[in-house]
Design a binder for this molecule. Structure first.
Ligand code: FES
Ligand SMILES: [Fe+2]
Length: 448
């Protein structure tokens, strides 16, 4: 990915990307299928036979704890006629029996029985096991990756692994969960989360406590770390971050919030907030309730503006906007990751990663297009005009000298062939161009 010049403005990704079903499908395939996705927490499944099931990028997945204590995960689809094997959420099953016609699988996903099937001599059970999915536990969090090529979990989590090192994630105990179903695109919510620019306008309570001018967002590898000094100048010893593409984590003293941002459709998402606290028999329950309520209130203060933004993004009256270098570097980083993930499908296969960096930025995009043209040489249309000029010149030459009409006149034929070769190369590089054959052959030169 190219570096923007110092002081160059960054621009948001196009408005269309927040509403277009094709972009939504691309994001599912190129972001959420490829990344490690949090499906739950290890304490939800401590014993053999415990399961966790949910949809990831529109694909049903479940994890199951084996007798060896390890986790395995599979597509939650029976190989007979596609019934869902394990109910959504946390559960337990001693045997994996399909609820539809009773096919039985073991915890390793092998097909064990097909009751009442009839003559099964043509049935190859070894090929009808459940489809495996990568699964990993990291510090009490359970992740799956639908992509077989996904890197090891520590690599997939980027700098989260390092910055979370000194926090005792495993010691926190789950306390409560709040789920919101929201009518805006998931990126709209991440954009909002990724800056403190709006705090003075949308979060009066938070603004009283924190110095929004000193609010910083620091992009690192696949995470953005937030810092908001208090007005009193005190610094908190916590961790507050977003991890690409869909998790936020906040650690504040004895409390931990883990939020999942779940895309549901181009203009719908769910926000799932899990609240955890350190075990403390003497803890003030009312104080903990107050803390959770305060978090919900701050989160909810953003919903109305995100709805308004979604409507305007979908209006067709807005394309893209400039991002504040002072406050929206986190948004710019997020948009870079989105552009990189969607390339090269978005905008046509002729664009390079450098051009994708400039999507939404009209000025840099024009410059990138000019440099692309300079790098690629003349475009096909220009070569066509040049070929026509050359053909005309050859015709003039033939008329004047009576030459160039047979292989016995090698010089003009060679020149014509060279021009045709250039045109063929140019057309080959243009998606959807007519195949460069037949009519592009130099007349006379191929015979004999
Ligand atoms: S769909 Fe599972 S047994 Fe028929
Ligand atoms: Fe906010």
């Amino acid at each position: 990915m190219s570096e923007a010049a110092p002081n160059a403005l960054r621009w948001s990704v196009p408005a269309r990307w927040y509403c277009d079903p094709d972009i939504y499908r691309l994001e599912q395939d190129r972001i959420f299928v490829r990344e490690w996705t949090l499906i739950g927490f290890s304490p939800q499944m401590p014993n053999p036979g415990d399961t966790l099931a949910r949809d990831v990028a529109g694909r049903p997945v479940f994890a199951i704890r084996g007798r060896d204590g390890g986790l395995r995960a599979f597509l939650n689809i029976c190989r007979h006629r596609a019934a869902r094997l394990v109910p959504e959420g946390a559960g337990h099953c001693d045997v994996l029996r399909c609820p539809y016609h009773g096919w039985l699988y073991d915890a390793e996903g092998r097909l064990r029985a097909t009751p009442e099937f009839g003559d099964d001599s043509g049935l190859d059970r070894d090929r009808l096991g459940l489809v495996p999915v990568k699964v990993a536990e990291w510090r009490g969090l359970v992740f799956v990756a639908l992509n077989d090529d996904a890197p090891a979990i520590e690599e997939g989590l980027g700098d989260l692994v390092r910055v979370a090192e000194r926090f005792p994630l495993e010691r926190f105990r789950w306390e409560d969960r709040t789920v919101y179903r929201l009518d805006f695109n998931w990126k709209n919510y991440v954009d909002n989360y990724m800056e403190g620019y709006h705090i003075p306008y949308l979060h009066p309570g938070l603004n009283r406590e924190t110095d929004a001018k000193a609010y910083t967002v620091t992009p690192q590898d696949r995470i953005c770390v937030h810092r908001a000094p208090t007005r009193s100048g005190a610094t908190y010893d916590g961790l507050w971050l977003w991890r690409w593409p869909d998790i936020t984590i906040g650690i504040y003293g004895d409390g931990l919030n883990i939020t999942r941002i779940v895309p549901l459709s181009p203009a719908e998402m769910a926000l799932e907030i899990d609240f955890f606290f350190l075990p403390d028999p003497g803890a003030d329950e009312r104080d903990r309730r107050r803390k959770m309520q305060w978090t919900r209130e701050v989160v909810e203060e953003d919903f109305a503006i995100c709805r308004d933004v979604q409507r305007n993004l979908a209006s067709g009256c807005y394309e893209s906007g400039p991002l504040s270098p002072r406050h929206e570097n986190g948004v710019a980083y997020f948009h870079d990751l989105v552009r990189r993930a969607l390339a090269p499908e978005v905008g046509g296969s002729a664009l390079t990663a450098e051009e994708f960096d400039t999507i939404g930025d009209p000025i840099r995009r024009r410059r990138a297009r000019r440099s692309m043209r300079a790098r690629a040489g003349e475009p096909a249309a220009s070569l066509l005009r040049r070929l026509q000029r050359e053909q005309l010149q050859l015709a003039v030459l033939r008329t004047r000298s009576g030459a160039g009409t047979s292989p016995a006149d090698p010089a003009p034929v060679a020149a014509q062939r060279a021009v045709c070769g250039m045109l063929r190369d140019a057309l080959d590089a243009v998606p959807g161009a007519a195949p460069a054959s037949g009519s592009l052959r130099p007349r006379g030169g191929e015979r004999g």
